[in-house]
Design a protein around this ligand. Structure first.
Ligand code: NAD
Length: 450
């Protein structure tokens, strides 16, 4: 058993059974048998199964949202939005099943074509910040491509994925096609990353764990998708709609209590408008309510755990110029208010490391070249935003940024239909859109001599 705690009141809300490591062989064997049956089913049956899952998720949406909020502490409105996206993800990849195909390639002496085939058994290792929606981004395309899926949710937040397992049980699927294992990454996760029967790991989590998984899976040459950490920048030029940029930047870094791989935890502002922008950013943050995640007016809940709260607080170096416009609640719970850190030294750890909490560094820059250099001065490359009214500049800077996902005059990073993933140490491989289908298939080439 492991104790699962609600981070907003510290009550124990569940005690799920930890999967014994000795059971992993059996889990993988069941998945292997199920995968063969699943891949052999008529296309129509697989499309209907994914559509049925979407329907059942919608029917149970409120339960799933309540579970997610209780387990992670995120505002209920956010959980509802994420559950809606989970259902849409199953629908999208149901529709992708008969729209993923290979090429015919002109060659001499015959006909040459490619086909996409399932990898086999896929393991999805998920983080605690978006437990259900990130799992779904991988489960749905993996199944659509004809694979079986084993999910290992983060040990702190397994509850919504365990609910999803209950929903899967209501659909007529090969036994073992979708299984959830629960337990520590260092034991249960490690057993899956080393298992010869697992063909692919799709991992979302920290860069450090991503490196461990790369090493552990090298022995069996597993296929990998790694969605790792970030230190994304919002770049605000003097000609931007500053009010809109400030208001969006608030949600972009304090949303999900800053526990977001795409958090714009560096806001770079052109020097001429730095003071004006900071005043607007502070004013926008002062309307950002921190409190009970079940209250639909709450914008920010607690952090996920006490050790994580300690780690985030450790970034608040008293030598820095720090503004905290709203108080965090007192009482039980891992509470922390949003913090803006003004013009810190560019080499400070607050500018360089992923914080994963409600702390943003606001830095001035001089011109376009300086902005690009500063934004790229990081080991990460996940997301970024550009705020400007100059279209040419928007295009130049978007091309200059070393990041997988850029928004102009917007803070969004994720859309179901578009590829999502990192440059540099933010990982490799792409989730979402049709690009995700490539990550769950092997490409086979067939040549027929004429
Ligand atoms: P984490 O790396 O601590 O854990 C992620 C998962 O890996 C958990 O399920 C954990 O149990 C498992 N794990 C840990 N050690 C393992 C091992 N040796 N073998 C196999 N599995 C192991 O990450 P976290 O703290 O849960 O999540 C926060 C991190 O995730 C942040 O760095 C964040 O940026 C990143 N993240 C990235 C994305 C993205 O799409 N790029 C999205 C969300 C979160």
């Amino acid at each position: 058993m492991s104790q699962i705690v609600n981070p907003s009141n510290l009550e124990v809300i569940a005690e799920p059974t930890v999967t014994p490591v000795e059971r992993i062989d059996e889990v993988v064997e069941r998945a292997t048998r199920a995968q063969r049956q699943w891949a052999g089913l008529p296309q129509r049956r697989r499309i209907e199964a994914l559509r049925r899952l979407a329907e059942l998720i919608r029917a149970d949406a409120e339960t799933l949202a309540q579970v997610e909020t209780a387990n992670v502490g995120k505002p209920i409105g956010d959980s509802r939005g994420e559950v809606a996206m989970v259902a849409d993800t199953f629908d999208y990849y149901a529709g992708a099943i008969d729209k993923s195909f290979g090429d015919t390639i002109p060659v001499d002496g015959g006909l040459d074509f490619t086909v996409r085939e399932p990898i086999g058994v896929v393991t999805v290792i998920a983080p605690w910040n978006f437990p259900l929606v990130i799992a779904a981004w991988n489960i749905a395309p993996a199944l659509a491509c004809g694979n079986a899926v084993i999910v290992k949710p983060a040990e702190l937040t397994p509850l919504s994925v365990l609910e999803l397992e209950r929903i899967f049980a209501q659909v007529d699927l090969p036994d073992g096609l979708f299984q959830v294992v629960h337990g520590p990454g260092s034991t249960v996760g490690a057993a899956l990353t080393e298992h010869p029967g697992v063909g692919k790991i799709s991992f979302t989590g920290s860069t450090q764990t991503g490196q461990t998984i790369m090493r552990a899976s090298a022995g069996t040459m597993k296929r990998l998708t790694l969605e790792l950490g970030g230190k994304s920048a919002a770049v605000v030029f003097a000609d931007a709609d500053l009010e809109r940029a400030a208001s969006a930047s608030t949600g972009a870094v304090f949303g999900n209590s800053g526990q977001d791989c795409c958090a714009r935890s560096r806001v770079l502002v052109q020097r001429d408008v730095y003071d004006e922008f900071v005043a607007l950013f502070v004013a926008a943050t002062s309307t950002f309510t921190v409190g009970d995640p079940l209250d639909s007016t709450t914008a920010m809940g607690p952090l996920v755990s006490a050790p994580h709260l300690d780690k985030v607080r450790s970034f608040l170096d008293p030598a820095l110029d720090i503004v905290a416009p709203v108080p965090g609640p007192s009482g039980p719970g891992h509470w922390m208010a949003p913090h803006l850190v003004l013009d810190p030294p560019r080499e400070h750890r607050i500018v360089r490391e992923e914080i994963f909490g409600p702390v943003v560094a606001v830095l001035p820059f001089d011109d376009e070249q300086d902005a690009i250099a500063l934004a790229n001065d990081t080991i990460f490359g996940l997301s970024g935003s550009i705020w400007t009214r100059d279209l040419g500049r928007a295009i130049r800077v978007a091309r200059g940024l070393e990041s997988g996902s850029i928004s102009v005059n917007s803070s969004t990073s994720v859309r179901l239909q578009t590829p999502f993933g990192g440059f540099k140490q933010s990982g490799f491989g792409r989730e979402l859109g049709m690009a995700a289908m490539d990550g769950y298939t092997e490409l086979k080439n067939v040549f027929i001599s004429t």
